[in-house]
Ligand binder design. Structure first.
Ligand code: PEP
Length: 256
């Protein structure tokens, strides 16, 4: 097996301490295939609680903690911000960067996303770099151009060799939280494009890069999506808040 498969839970601004505790005990008895890692990304106030709750269980090494947002700066007069090094200190290993909600609601540009990826890597965190096209861009057959425009600034900022510590999540914007999922064939075709794009810079890096699909993944569609040759797991929003459904999704992932 050459590639790790990852199922990452993006709780967004949802959840509670009660959910942290119940999710940790539910995940404690999930069955995972070989070479699969599960990453839970709760809101920042719950990160330490998630770590504390998992320390008192047998939650295996296959589970990691992720965060949803952070500053591109390492420290200083940035009231309200949190740095990658602070997150690393409280046990975070992965960090979501460039989610479409941050790009559209908080105007995060691809140049800022690139700086955040650099800051995450400098603190030893693995960025889950989200890219994806809007409905209009897909209809105008601009998907590949948009994805290339989102990837290139990150490659320029951190260098392709550092993508060995990056995870890419392809999330078509029109599929996030809408119940509309890309068909497995459409998702595979786009994942293949992304892998080939990275391979133009470094084939070895591309071969090992976990490429996740995100956008209305659920217990019913996960198996077929994860069976595609270039889909190495998923970034899961709504369905990650329901323990039973999330466990089915985790168990469907397989290392490739
Ligand atoms: C997401 O927020 O990254 C996401 C994929 O959400 P959902 O699964 O709810 O579409």
């Amino acid at each position: 097996m050459k590639r790790l498969s990852i199922v990452a839970a993006n709780w967004k601004m949802n959840g509670s301490l009660a959910l942290v505790n119940s999710m940790v005990s539910e995940l404690n008895n999930v069955t995972l295939n070989e070479n699969v890692e599960v990453v839970v990304c709760p809101s920042s106030p719950y990160l330490a609680a998630f770590n504390a709750a998992s320390a008192s269980t047998n939650l295996s090494a296959a589970f990691s903690l992720g965060a949803q947002n952070f500053s591109e700066h390492n420290s200083g007069a940035f009231t309200g911000e949190v740095s990658a090094s602070m997150l690393q200190e409280v046990g975070v290993s992965y960090i979501i960067v460039g989610h479409s909600e941050r790009r559209s609601i908080y105007n995060e540009s691809s140049a800022l996303v690139a700086k955040k990826v650099k800051a995450a890597l400098a603190s030893g965190l693995k960025p889950i770099l989200c890219i994806g096209e809007s409905e209009e861009e897909r209809a105008a057959e601009k998907t590949e151009v948009v994805l290339a425009e989102q990837l290139q600034p990150v490659i320029d900022e951190v260098g392709i060799e550092n993508f060995k510590n990056v995870v890419i999540a392809y999330e078509p914007v029109w599929a996030i939280g809408t119940g509309k999922t890309a068909s497995p064939e459409m998702a595979q075709e786009t994942h293949q494009f992304i892998r080939e794009f990275i391979a133009k810079f470094d084939e070895n890096v591309a071969d090992k890069l976990p490429l996740l699909y995100g956008g209305s993944v659920n217990a019913k569609n996960c198996e077929e999506l994860f069976a595609q040759a270039d889909i190495d797991g998923g970034l899961i929003g709504g369905a990650s808040l329901k323990a039973e459904e999330f466990k089915i999704i985790c168990s469907a992932a397989k290392g490739k």
